[in-house]
Design a protein around this ligand. Structure first.
Ligand SMILES: Nc1ncnc2c1ncn2[C@@H]1O[C@H](COP(=O)(O)OP(=O)(O)OP(=O)(O)O)[C@@H](O)[C@H]1O
Ligand SMILES: [Mg+2]
Length: 266
């Protein structure tokens, strides 16, 4: 395989992030390394406050690492860029635009894509997430789950090299959340964008992931990466399979392992 192919995807190398507040410095990420191979979905799982959102902000280029480096398709991240799209838990839809205008806004403003073919593609993506009939509604006229689906369509229409999803389904009721997971997987399986998905829900993590990245408590580092070899396309029924249970137990044991203080934390 040539170098260019090997370099595709996301690489996080020995990243450290220290925040200097008014008082003491706090190290939130310490020597964190992992990779997300091109076209695959890695799910980051870890305790609340361990530093997941901080890592997302570093990869998005909203924050600068104190040490280490982050590469996407072999190119070092030096700030925000349109090839990396972040979907956070909070809705980021523009309330004054229709759903369709929200979806087409990015490529329209950046690349002048106003042609009929592009709008057709945006409509097709809305249909993929079950929002065809809501294209001309405003975000406030949609339920929480529908707003998340509109955001996923908006992220994918940009054809980003990397999608960063930070707990996009947190706060949804259990049934809506399961539906969202299935619908999101259909989108991922159809478009297979290199993706880092953050969640604190283990079942969700295994159901979605090609690879689980189980983090340590703060400061964040990958404690263990587990490849999830469940076949695709995935169905919710797989959550009852023997292989799912094996992976679940393995991940749970890792999450529950005691953490010994390291030089950086003691
Ligand atoms: N700008 C900042 N300055 C100082 N400390 C910060 C800053 N941003 C984050 N932190 C601290 O870093 C730690 C990790 O925060 P982060 O939001 O990354 O955690 P998280 O894993 O995403 O948590 P959750 O699962 O609750 O979303 C927290 O203790 C937080 O207070
Ligand atoms: Mg967070």
């Amino acid at each position: 395989m040539d170098e260019a192919v090997l370099a595709r995807g996301l690489q996080v190398r020995s990243v450290v992030k220290t925040f200097a507040g008014s008082g003491d410095e706090v190290t939130v990420v310490d020597g964190c390394s992992f990779s997300v191979p091109h076209g695959t979905l890695s799910v980051m799982l870890g305790p609340s406050g361990c530093g997941k959102t901080t890592l997302v902000n570093l990869i998005a280029g909203y924050e600068v690492p104190t040490a280490g480096e982050i590469l996407l398709d072999g190119i070092r991240v030096r700030g925000p860029g349109a090839e990396r799209i972040v979907v956070f838990q909070e809705s980021a839809l523009f309330p004054w635009m229709t759903v369709l205008d929200n979806v087409t806004f990015g490529p329209q403003s950046r690349r002048g894509r106003t042609d009929a073919a592009f709008r057709e593609r945006a409509r097709a993506l809305l249909a993929d997430v079950g929002l065809d009939e809501f294209a001309y509604r405003y975000p406030s006229q949609l339920s929480g789950g529908m707003q998340r689906r509109a955001e996923l369509a908006r992220a994918i229409v940009n054809e980003p090299s990397l999608m960063l999803l930070d707990e996009p389904f947190r706060g949804l009721d259990a049934m809506t959340r399961e539906l969202m997971q299935e619908q999101y997987l259909r989108l991922f399986e159809a478009h297979s964008r290199t993706t880092l998905f953050v969640t604190s829900e283990l079942r969700e993590a295994i159901f979605l992931a090609d690879r689980l990245l189980i983090m340590t408590p703060r400061p964040a580092r990958v404690r263990r990466a587990i490849d999830v070899d469940l076949p695709r396309p995935r169905e919710l029924g797989m959550l009852a399979s023997a292989r799912f249970r094996e992976i679940y137990e393995e991940a749970l044991l890792t999450l529950e392992e005691p953490t010994w203080p390291t030089a950086a934390t003691s």
